[in-house]
Write a protein that binds this ligand. Structure first.
Ligand code: BGC
Length: 432
């Protein structure tokens, strides 16, 4: 079976052995440099207008609003003298425009103001972690470039999201300062502010959750598309790495991309992140079903399935006898079960390799890490990274990183901070 599966995947350009790591790394770095210069590139390379060296005030509360792909979270944070955060008044709501329902701009701002209402008396500033591609202004407002993660609020594309929220709050009598930042920039800041005893040479923030993205710190002198910056300074850059287009698409990637709300966009994200890997795996299974790989009953059920959440596929590949999820209701023989594991584990193996290439490109782009005294700090956040069981995703990424960065003598440290996006948003709200 293994050879037949390998032939089938190879024939559809889905063979991990053919991924050219060095060429993709070069392409990634070329696109990062071009994006910073304002030249055409698949990477938006968005300056965050957030420095990373401001001290965090002790004991001063800040409101955090965290708009992710699935949830909206609100909380009030304070930091102690050692930089340790306390998260209070935490609440979680569904993100408007998700779960298959379209929302209007009004609905979005109404929902945000209602969710914020119980904490608005606690502080005057809001650190707003906005996990979507958005151009940031020097005063840290954000113009939404496009939605990702299949969020459906079309009216907001092109709008200033911070200004909209400020106006909606002002209508209700609340006057606040809002600092917007991307979740990867927040994750990077959380790593920077965590008071670790190491002396790092540079910082990267990486997220692999519902979506994926990367931030790192660039020298202002290299951000040629933003003239007028202090050339001696540095700032965080939101790479928008989910839109990287330097990895060839397999037949399955093309077929799957055509089923999404935004074909041709975010094709890297669609290969590695939680909103998509289940759907991609389903396409692999359906193509295999059409080629006669499965029993008749299994093939019919797989072909009739129109949504396979990543969690269900991951749970199944980890334990095909688990009693929950979309696949648990289907009539599989043991051979069908083995086939699903054989066909879909490579989807996760490829995601791990591409994730490692992505993180490596950002670390190399910092130009730091040669000195073992001062490694690059890579703060990683996201449920897909930490919770995926199939292919031992996290440890596979770590192993690829040792190969790619270790062979280049680059020193780095991977760190995990609980609630990094919220903590980083609080830091930004307090220090701007
Ligand atoms: C968005 C990024 C975000 C990432 C992780 C992507 O879909 O484009 O802005 O950082 O998801 O949440």
């Amino acid at each position: 079976m293994r050879d037949t599966v390998a032939d089938f995947l190879g024939k559809n350009d889905f063979s991990i052995q053919t991924i050219e790591v060095d060429a993709i790394l070069d392409h990634f770095q070329r696109d990062m440099t071009a994006g910073l210069r304002g030249e055409p590139a698949s990477l938006a390379m968005i300056p965050a207008y957030i420095g990373i060296d401001h001290p965090v005030p002790v004991g001063k509360p800040v409101i955090v609003l965290d708009a992710g792909g699935t949830n909206l979270r609100t909380a009030v944070l304070t930091f102690d003298a050692a930089g340790k955060p306390t998260i209070g008044k935490f609440s979680k709501f569904a993100m408007p425009g998700t779960q298959g329902t379209r929302a209007t701009a009004r609905m979005f701002y109404d929902a945000l103001t209602a969710f914020l209402a119980p904490v608005l008396a606690e502080a005057r500033s809001i650190g707003f972690c906005f996990s979507y591609p958005a151009d940031i202004t020097p005063d840290c407002d954000a113009r939404l470039i496009r939605w990702t993660k299949q969020v459906d609020i079309p009216e907001l594309v092109g709008a200033m999201v911070g200004g909209g929220l400020r106006d909606a709050l002002a209508e209700r009598g609340y006057h606040v300062d809002i600092t917007i930042l991307n979740d990867t920039v927040a994750t990077l800041l959380a790593g920077k502010s965590s008071g670790l005893l190491r002396r790092y040479s540079n910082y990267v923030g990486f997220i692999l959750g519902t979506g994926t993205n990367t931030a790192y710190v660039a020298r202002n002198a290299d951000i040629r598309k933003a003239p007028g910056l202090d050339p001696a300074g540095a700032m965080a850059i939101n790479v928008e790495s989910g839109n990287f287009n330097g990895v060839p698409l397999s037949t399955f990637d093309r077929l799957f991309d055509a089923t999404t709300a935004d074909p041709g966009v975010g094709t890297f994200e669609k290969k590695i992140s939680g909103a998509y890997i289940g759907g991609l795996g389903l396409v692999v299974l359906q193509c295999a079903a059409r080629e006669g790989f499965f029993s008749k009953a299994a093939a019919d059920e797989l072909l009739a399935c129109d949504n396979l959440p990543n969690k269900d596929l991951d749970d199944f590949c980890d334990n095909p006898f688990i009693p929950t999820g979309v696949l648990s209701d289907m009539s599989f023989t043991d051979d069908d079960r083995r086939l699903i594991m054989e066909l879909c584990t490579p989807v996760y193996e490829r995601a791990a390799l591409l994730t490692a290439i992505n993180i490596s490109a950002a670390v190399l782009q910092t130009g730091s890490g040669e000195d073992p005294l001062h490694p690059v700090c890579v703060t990683i956040d996201g449920s897909t990274y930490y919770r995926t069981k199939t292919a031992h995703l996290k440890s596979r990424v770590e192993s690829h990183l040792r190969d790619i960065l270790g062979s280049r003598n680059i020193h780095y440290e991977l760190i995990n901070i609980d609630d990094a996006p919220m903590i980083g948003a609080a830091v930004a709200g307090l220090t701007r």
